[in-house]
Design a protein around this ligand. Structure first.
Ligand SMILES: *Cc1c(COP(=O)(O)O)cnc(C)c1O
Length: 458
C-alpha cells in the first residue's frame, strides 16, 4: 500500500525501523518518528493515579469556579471555567498539504486558555486550588458545602497570605502557579531557568510574585526551588517532575474534550480512530491528557508526544524502557545522547522526563516524534496565515504529527500493522496547541518573521 501522498515539504522525515539507525538519528538531532515496538510494554510501575483522583480534580475545579469568576474578569462569561475551544482546521490542513485521505485535522486550542495562556492553566492551577482548599479547610476558613467565594474575603486572604507556594519552571508553569497563587492571596515564588523568557518574568513580577533567576537549566531550577522550600513549614512546592495533583489536573481535560467532540458529531470508535498530537516537555501535561483520553476512548485513541530535536527527553525514556538505549546508571537525559537541550520551544526545553508521567503512560503510549525548531516556526506562521491563530513555538509541535503517520514509512507500517490504514479517511487528527495567548506583540512579530522565512525555505 502506498498511502496518501504528502506534499514534499510538509515534514522532514526518515525511515528508521531499525533501532540503531534511530539512535544515530536521535543523537544527530534529526527529526524522526518512533513508534512503540509490539514487543515492548514496559510500564516501569503501576499507574500512579486513579480515575477517582481525576474525578476529584474535576469536582474541585467546579467548586472554585464561582470564586474564580469573581477574581478574574476574563472568566466571567464562562462562570469561572477555564476551558478552550475545539476548532476545525481545514485551512491549516491545506497549508500543511495533508490530503483528505489521511483524515481530518482539528485543533484543541489550549493556546487560548485564559489566566495562564497555556496548557499549564490545567495542571498548575489545579494544584494551587488543591493546596488552597486544604489550607482553607484546616484553618476553618471553609466548611464542607460552603460557597467558595468566602475565600475572596479579607479575613481569608490575610490567613492565606501566611502560606507560600513555590515552583521551578522554564516559564509557563511559573506563570500559571504565580498568577493563581497571588490571586488567592498566597505568597508565590517562581524559580526560573536561564532559558525562561524575560516577558514571562516581568509578567509575574507585575503581580507581586517573587521571581528567582537561576543560571542553569530547568532541572536545576526545580532542584533549587525544592531545596529552598524544605525549610518553610508553611510552604508548598509544586514539583513538576513528581506531582500527581498537576497530572490529574491535566487529565481532567479529556472529559471536556469528549463533550466537545460529541457536540461536533465526531465519532471515536474502531471505525473512526482519533489521533492526538501533544507537545511534550517533562511529560506531565501530555501524559495527563493521554491518560484521561485513554480512560474514555480506550484503544480507539492513539496518542503521540511531540518534542524538539534538541530535547527529546520522553523519547529517550521510552527507548530506554524498551531496551533501545545503551544501559545508563539511571533514567536517561538528553545530555546522555550528546544533545544540548537548546531550543526556542522554551515550554519543551526539559532534559529528563518525569518518572511519574512515564509510569502512567509508558506502557501504552503509541509513539513520539521530534521536530526541528525551524519547523516549529514554519508551522506557527502557517497557522497564523491560514487560520488566524496565534501560538508560541512550543505549541506548534503537534502539526507535524499527521504527516509523520500518513507520509513516512515508519508511520505507514505502524498504521498497517494495526489495521488502521483503511480507516484513515474517517480519522480525526487533533493537534493540541499548548500556549501563546500572552506572548507580547513584538515577540510574536519576530516568531512570525522567522516562521515565514522557514516556511519559504525548502
Ligand atoms: C509545559 C508545556 C508543554 C508540555 O508540558 P509538560 O508537562 O512539561 O510535558 C507544552 N507546551 C507548552 C506551551 C508548555 O508550556
Amino acid at each position: 500500500m502506498s498511502g496518501p501522498a504528502i506534499a514534499r515539504d510538509s515534514c522532514r522525515q526518515m525511515t528508521a525501523a531499525d533501532p540503531s539507525r534511530l539512535l544515530h538519528a536521535l543523537r544527530r538531532a534529526e527529526p524522526l518518528l518512533w513508534v512503540r515496538p509490539d514487543a515492548c510494554a514496559d510500564a516501569g510501575a503501576p499507574a500512579p493515579v486513579t480515575a477517582a483522583q481525576v474525578e476529584q480534580a474535576r469536582l474541585r475545579t467546579a467548586r472554585f469556579a464561582p470564586l474564580l469568576a469573581e477574581l478574574f474578569p476574563e472568566l466571567r462569561a464562562s462562570g469561572g471555567a477555564i476551558e478552550s475551544p475545539l476548532l476545525r482546521a481545514d485551512a491549516m490542513q491545506q497549508a500543511l498539504g495533508l490530503p483528505a485521505a489521511c483524515g481530518r485535522l482539528w485543533i484543541k486550542a489550549d493556546h487560548q486558555l485564559p489566566v495562564a495562556g497555556s496548557i499549564k492553566a490545567r495542571g498548575g492551577i489545579h494544584e494551587v486550588l488543591e493546596f488552597a482548599e486544604s489550607l482553607a479547610l484546616r484553618e476553618g476558613l471553609l466548611d464542607a458545602g460552603d460557597d467558595y467565594r468566602k475565600l475572596g474575603g479579607a479575613a481569608a486572604r490575610a490567613c492565606l497570605a501566611r502560606y507560600q507556594v513555590a515552583v521551578g519552571s522554564t516559564g509557563n508553569l511559573g506563570l500559571s502557579i504565580g498568577v493563581m497563587a497571588s490571586a488567592l492571596g498566597l505568597r508565590a515564588a517562581v524559580h526560573m531557568s536561564a532559558d525562561a523568557k524575560p516577558w514571562k518574568k516581568a509578567r509575574l513580577r507585575a503581580r507581586g510574585v517573587r521571581v528567582i533567576e537561576h543560571a542553569g537549566d530547568y532541572e536545576q531550577a526545580v532542584a533549587a526551588g525544592r531545596d529552598q522550600l524544605r525549610a518553610d513549614p508553611r510552604g508548598h512546592f509544586v514539583d513538576d517532575e513528581r506531582s500527581a495533583s498537576l497530572f490529574v489536573g491535566y487529565a481532567a481535560a479529556a472529559w471536556h474534550l469528549r463533550t466537545q467532540l460529541d457536540a461536533e458529531g465526531i465519532r471515536v470508535d474502531a471505525e473512526h480512530p482519533l489521533f492526538v498530537y501533544l507537545p511534550c516537555g517533562v511529560g506531565g501535561a501530555p501524559g495527563g491528557i493521554a491518560y484521561g483520553l485513554r480512560q474514555i476512548f480506550g484503544p480507539h485513541v492513539h496518542c503521540f508526544f511531540a518534542e524538539p530535536t534538541q530535547s527529546p527527553c520522553f523519547l529517550a525514556r521510552m527507548m530506554a524502557g524498551c531496551g533501545q538505549l545503551p544501559p545508563l546508571a539511571g533514567p536517561p537525559s538528553v545530555y546522555d545522547l550528546g544533545l544540548r537541550n537548546q531550543t526556542e520551544a522554551d515550554g519543551l526545553a526539559v532534559p529528563r522526563a518525569s518518572e511519574l508521567a512515564y509510569a502512567a503512560v509508558g506502557a501504552w503510549l503509541d509513539g513520539v516524534y521530534t521536530v526541528a525548531d525551524e519547523r516549529l516556526f514554519a508551522d506557527l506562521a502557517r497557522l497564523h496565515d491560514s487560520e488566524g491563530l496565534r501560538i508560541e513555538p512550543s505549541a506548534a509541535a503537534g502539526f507535524c504529527g499527521p504527516a509523520h503517520l500518513c507520509g513516512s514509512e515508519t508511520g505507514r507500517a505502524w498504521l498497517r500493522a494495526r489495521g488502521l490504514s483503511g480507516r484513515l479517511a474517517r480519522a480525526t487528527h487533533l493537534a493540541w496547541t499548548t500556549g501563546g495567548l500572552y506572548v507580547p506583540d513584538d515577540e510574536y512579530a519576530g516568531f512570525l518573521r522567522r516562521g515565514r522565512q522557514a516556511a519559504a525555505t525548502p
